[in-house]
Ligand binder design. Sequence first.
Ligand SMILES: [Zn+2]
Length: 148
Amino acid sequence: MNKYLYKLYCFMQGRNGIDDLYKFCFIIFIIISIIDLFINSFILNIIEILLLIIMFYRFLSKDLVNRKRENNFYLKYRKIIINRIGILNKRWKDRNSYIYRKCPKCKNILRLPLKKGNHMCKCPKCGNRFKVRCFRNEKIRVEVIKNK
Ligand SMILES: [Zn+2]
């Protein structure tokens, strides 16, 4: 092994290094730097410097327990946000065949068929019955399945 690489290897022993939170900070740093090229704002400069300090501190830190806890906290919220985006995406794709309503008792989101009028709905989770009003019918998209 190269002498300098070995020294670097020894230096990095027991340090946090690169994790998911570091990568996220790095992406944010790049985005802010690009925006700053066009706007040239003092506040963005301060945010960039703070991000760099946080990134270097976390990269070189030997307090692995706390760094791991911060990273897990970040991963937890990232997962929640990705799930929310997935639900919004599904709602948008289903907009012509289903409506989404929140159960007033247990707050779960239910997917109901689009059918114009007032309906009674029973939540499958808690059994609560509540009224749902729907203003439009299902829109069926005609698709060609055999092309001549
Ligand atoms: Zn419910």
